[in-house]
Write a new protein. Sequence first.
Lengths: 105, 354
Amino acid sequence: MKRRFICLSFVILTACFAQAGQNTNHPEIDPDEAYKNNCMRCHAATQQYSPRMTKTIIMHMRVRANLPEDVAQAILEYLNGKSEAVRPVAKPPKSGGNQARQGGK
Amino acid sequence: MCSLTRRTAMLFLQFAVAATTVVQAQQPAARESGAAEGGPIPVVTGMMSYQSNFSPGTTSINPEFDPILLFPIGDRFLIESEFSMSMNLNRDQGQWGPAVVDHGVEYLQANYIAHPNLTVTVGRFLTPFGTYRERLHPLWIRNLQAEPILFSLNATSGNGAMLRGSAHATKDLDVTYATYYSVASTSKLFESDKQAGFRTSVVLPRRRIEVGVSYNRTMGDNRHTMLGTDFTWNLRRLPLDIRAEALTSKEVGKSYWIEGAYRLNRLGRNPLLRNTQLVFRQEQYWLPHDPVAALNVMNGMGDLPDINTKRSTVGLNYYLSHGIRLNAAYGGNYAPGENSHTWNVGLTYRFAAL
């Protein structure tokens, strides 16, 4: 009985979280900020791949790092160079402390 | 007892499928991101590492190779797996010992992104307790090659199902969650305990702060309950990352680690400085108060120290291009009658193909 209660709680909690995000108005996300605010939470540096490989890696990271969908999309844009903010590829970030887009995933 | 467990697992899965169906029905048509440029393709990636450890009278060599396969099917379904192969060769008192080869499946999971805020995972997965196991433990990501003491308590993978996701709670605050249930397995490659638990965290993306809480109940031979918390802060004004984890359990003791990593890129434009990172970690472990539980730990449970222990480690990383990193560290282990110091040098190479 106790276990069933725990399982039920998990599932209800999950459904609540799933529902919560639907009704929140979130401002448009800056790809450059999305990359620095999320990827660098764990990675000291990231490597560049082809756009289609990057899509796969973003799917992987979306699951592993629990990234919201719009944030994952913004990071994909950043890494695939669609954003104006990422044109100067070799430039290190002004803030956040870590070197961008070299070495490591 | 066994049938109750099976029924519970079935119930959990049924609810997972039901929840997925409900949220799937609510969401708008799936956005085929970048369909014009082609969808995601399979990726073979991974890491090779060569580490050497030196302590008075002992040398150890640890090469490791971890290939990873990411196999997407469309934009919402991903099968992924990591296989780990490592060798441990020790030289003690002037004699090389036998090479011990270890291998195993870290994870082999199918992920279905059912909703912007919900991913359903089945298969073998890394236990989402704290941040070290899921996010920091790969050798090419961790700042210090030596694992924290508390990692031996949650260095597990589970075989079962997991629900996870995140949501924007407010403009500047995200909430993440992961809940899981794992069945026991004694298979060499897919070893796991019967366990259940969850992790939830609050993320302040603009402040680059994440605070998480984890719970785990292990129901195998060594039954125990663990409660953990984790903290990550990537400072905006300084090139400094601060990470910490703490864990408490009546049965296995208490432990914490706190780590700071400082990138020297603010000290000058010299590439030597720009690519160098200094790391410091402090950690501590206390045996459980209960004498029976303490005795279990002393008898080798979870590879924990058999005595209250304090460790300090300082490290230096140098990031070369193309995914190569050189690392060196010096650490001290402080425990009554077991003080020791260890040097570590090595390199990791992160690769991706296909």
